[in-house]
Design a protein around this ligand. Structure first.
Ligand SMILES: Cc1cc2nc3c(=O)[nH]c(=O)nc-3n(C[C@H](O)[C@H](O)[C@H](O)COP(=O)(O)OP(=O)(O)OC[C@H]3O[C@@H](n4cnc5c(N)ncnc54)[C@H](O)[C@@H]3O)c2cc1C
Length: 330
């Protein structure tokens, strides 16, 4: 199928372009998979493995219109953010699940987590989320804007950086499923480690292709508390002992922009130039851990792993992908 060429003009070192929805599938209770196409995707990066490559999607405004980025230059962000919020559409962060095909037939595949609004949460419809709302009504023929890596240009947005680690730990909730899947798919065949993935219900488990030496454990909440089993499973994996108490994190301990990786600190901690996995007798020598999901859950894991177990911040990436009760709007 040839998708109508759009207004994309290659003046930027990344793709900032309209794409057309070609396929939509509710693959399980909590995931809507969308396949996006458009002539400009012929230039879709990254140049190497995709791993946890993040992108942005801009969803249409309430009137169904998308902003135009025709001829946009480096000032596109300032221009866009100055448009009143109800007009400019809504930007959210997602992960490339797959890049399929090539040339102008290249397809960008994204898995969007959907959650029905909970009348008990006290937020009302206003916080249902633009991405969530869009995914629940998505249909072929609709259009979005994507901000994504362009071949041959630096874009950033891949956090996976295990350096010389000899064992790997991946931990995440449903929003991190595409990223964990991508990392496992792109790892060398002799990689060793473990992945723990929390999902809303059993039926949300997916088939992952992973190296034989990496175990994948699915942890469906099935109505249970967010993060509880995940914490227990990760701590049992690291210490050999199942914790007897749940980690308690108060709301004011949570950074809604939580992003503590070896090379970036949202709280302003000192960072190194690169990942440096401790060797020798250091606690957890050789381990690299990548942890993403709801910020409160990730904060609790960080406290345990760094403060209590003594993992070095240069061997762990903790990423708040979203925050319960907070809209991630730009
Ligand atoms: C690097 C990165 C990669 C990401 N990759 C993906 C991805 O591939 N797929 C994906 O689905 N998400 C992904 N996310 C998370 C996604 O950006 C957030 O969930 C975002 O809040 C969704 O926007 P929204 O418009 O639906 O909700 P928002 O407007 O941000 O929030 C509205 C309300 O919905 C709640 N909410 C948001 N997300 C969820 C959720 N998952 N479950 C329950 N309630 C929620 C919020 O707490 C808030 O109360 C990623 C985030 C980052 C930072």
């Amino acid at each position: 199928m040839t998708v109508e060429q759009n207004e994309y003009v290659a003046t930027l070192p990344m793709l900032l372009t309209e794409v057309e929805v070609l396929e939509v599938e509710r693959v399980s209770p909590s995931f809507v998979r969308v396949v996006l196409g458009g002539g400009a995707l012929a230039e879709l990066g990254p140049d190497g493995p995709v791993y946890d490559q993040r992108i942005k999607l801009i969803f249409p405004n309430a009137a169904g219109s998308l902003p135009s980025f025709a001829g946009a230059d480096e000032s596109w962000w300032t221009t866009w953010i100055e448009i009143p919020e109800h007009e400019r559409g809504s930007m959210r962060t997602y992960t490339i699940r797959d890049v399929v095909g090539e040339g102008t037939e290249t397809r960008l595949v994204v898995d969007i987590v959907v959650h029905e609004s909970d009348p008990a949460d006290g937020h009302g419809d206003a916080l249902d989320g633009a991405g969530n709302r869009w995914a629940l009504q998505a249909a072929p023929g609709q259009r979005l804007v994507t901000l994504a890596p362009r071949k041959g240009h630096e874009f950033g947005g891949i956090e996976w950086s295990p350096g010389a680690a000899s064992r790997l730990l991946l931990v995440g909730d449903e929003t991190a499923v595409p990223a964990i899947r991508g990392v496992l798919r792109d790892l060398p065949a002799d990689a060793t480690g473990a992945a723990f993935v929390e999902i809303p219900v059993d039926a949300d488990a997916q088939d992952f292709v992973a190296p034989a030496g990496v175990t994948v454990t699915w942890l469906p909440r099935n109505g249970g508390a967010r993060g509880e089993e995940l914490h227990a499973a990760v701590l049992a994996h690291l210490t050999g002992t199942v914790p007897t108490e749940a980690v308690v994190v108060s709301d004011d301990e949570i950074d809604p922009d939580l992003w503590e990786t070896p090379v970036h600190s949202s709280s302003g901690e000192e960072v190194a130039a690169e990942t440096a996995v401790p060797t020798g007798d250091a606690p957890y020598a050789g381990l690299y851990a990548w942890i993403a999901g709801e910020s409160k859950v990730v904060t609790g894991l960080r406290r345990k792993l760094v403060n209590d177990l003594g993992l070095d911040r240069r061997q762990v990436a903790f990423m708040g992908y979203w925050r319960e009760g907070v809209s991630m709007r730009s």
